[in-house]
Design a protein around this ligand. Sequence first.
Ligand code: FAD
Length: 482
Amino acid sequence: MTTYDLVVVGGGAGGFGAALAGSRLGLRTLLVEKAPRLGGTAVWGGVNSWEMCAGATGVPFDLYCRMARRPHAIGVTTLGRHLTYYRADREPYRYPGAEWLIDRARTYADSLHRCGTRGMAADEAKVRAQWHGVSFEPETMAEVMAAMLAEAGCTVRLGVGFADAAHLAGHIQALGLTDGAMVTARTVVDATADDVVCRAVGCEVLIGRDDKAAWAEQGAPETATDELNGVSQLFRVTRSADDMIEPLPAGVDAKCWWRAGFPAVHVVQYPNGDLSLNMLPTMEGREWYRLGARAAAAECQRRVWAQWHWLQSSCAEFRGFLMSWIAPALGVRESYRIRAEYQLTEADLRAGLSRQQHEDIIAMADHPPDTHGVSAGGIGELREPYGVPYRCLVPRGWRNLLVASRGAGFSTIAASSCRLTRAMMQLGQAAGTAAWVAAQTNHDAAACPTAALRERLRHDGVQLEWPPSDALRARMAVPAGP
Ligand SMILES: Cc1cc2nc3c(=O)[nH]c(=O)nc-3n(C[C@H](O)[C@H](O)[C@H](O)COP(=O)(O)OP(=O)(O)OC[C@H]3O[C@@H](n4cnc5c(N)ncnc54)[C@H](O)[C@@H]3O)c2cc1C
């Protein structure tokens, strides 16, 4: 049995943030990831973009800076064409979704602000000026994450998953791993996105649409349902000298068979000029849940080919590209969420940082609640960022277990807003830092003194106030290069 200060299960966005923060602060840290690479959804799921997101000034900024030193690794994006903004006098056809293009005039600071517009349809000029994402090369990100963790002294075990746990009275005593090893830790972070550790030890979890009564949310349905945000299988296309429509694989129909018409696509240019295509969505969430992982993956792959064939057939510009990669993992937007010591809800999103009363805010976000462009809860774009309290990371009644992933303590509506990759990295940074503060002050992680936690997060570059100061904006004004 090996003993650590911190064990992080899952090496996606949240797990990376937690393991990096903990090991940088000197905690003896183990990160186990069942896939052969780090990066989770952003790498295996091919989600190669960080949407604009307030507050991503800690670990995500460090990762950006490291990536920016490598050629064609990362870039800031600007909105190109969008189906909402179709101009019949200038465009041969309505663009089949949204197009985000690398914009070398922009810096990281430009990617840190979404809130404050009246939405896409009402506010084109402001949206175009203010909204900038980040696009990156997933394989390079996995490599850079591994290098940063190694430098921080973190032990990383790839291809090793969580198997089971021994626990007593809300305390995880030991973890069993899929390679047969047993480990113990003062603090355990479940960053599996599906609350794998939490469910194994019997934490209370939620799945599906919460009803109005659950958290007194005015935008929630009267009755709970089994609906889940959609699943997308992302694919990559690479420019080619041929001008052709790729043949459909055997057994794939040219017509859309799973809904009335082909879904819109979110297209993000890779730093090397390739395109990442993200169907909105490839499969409804509950269909994915009902089919199970293997059957859902096979069906999604057929839909990907059908969609690509349709895009090439209906938009001439795509004939200059060939399919070069289909992400090995499905992009799952929503599954289990923990019942936490505090559940982030619609009320927090509506109140925003200036009116929230919590003393334990450890991260912020400003994406609107969204289920494929349909505003969840009818909230629309947010006026200002909202804060995420530390208690959202603490499963109710547990002492040394934290959740740093999209499976944290969110209502359905809040989850559809907060789930962005960089927000998850910030939750991870808070969890890893909390493990350190708790150890320093001889507390369980659940009882971590949050004033000290917030002080340390600020010290490590995390933005907890809005708007950002001029000094912070200047520090973030790092271009992508070379
Ligand atoms: C299709 C799609 C498009 C999106 N688009 C955007 C976007 O444009 N911009 C944006 O910012 N966000 C976007 N998001 C949201 C964002 O990508 C995810 O919410 C975020 O990456 C989730 O991070 P995470 O750390 O919670 O989980 P993940 O990154 O999925 O990490 C979980 C990790 O846990 C590992 N794991 C699971 N079980 C075990 C186990 N038993 N043992 C060990 N390891 C385990 C997994 O292999 C995985 O690596 C999108 C999401 C999807 C699905």
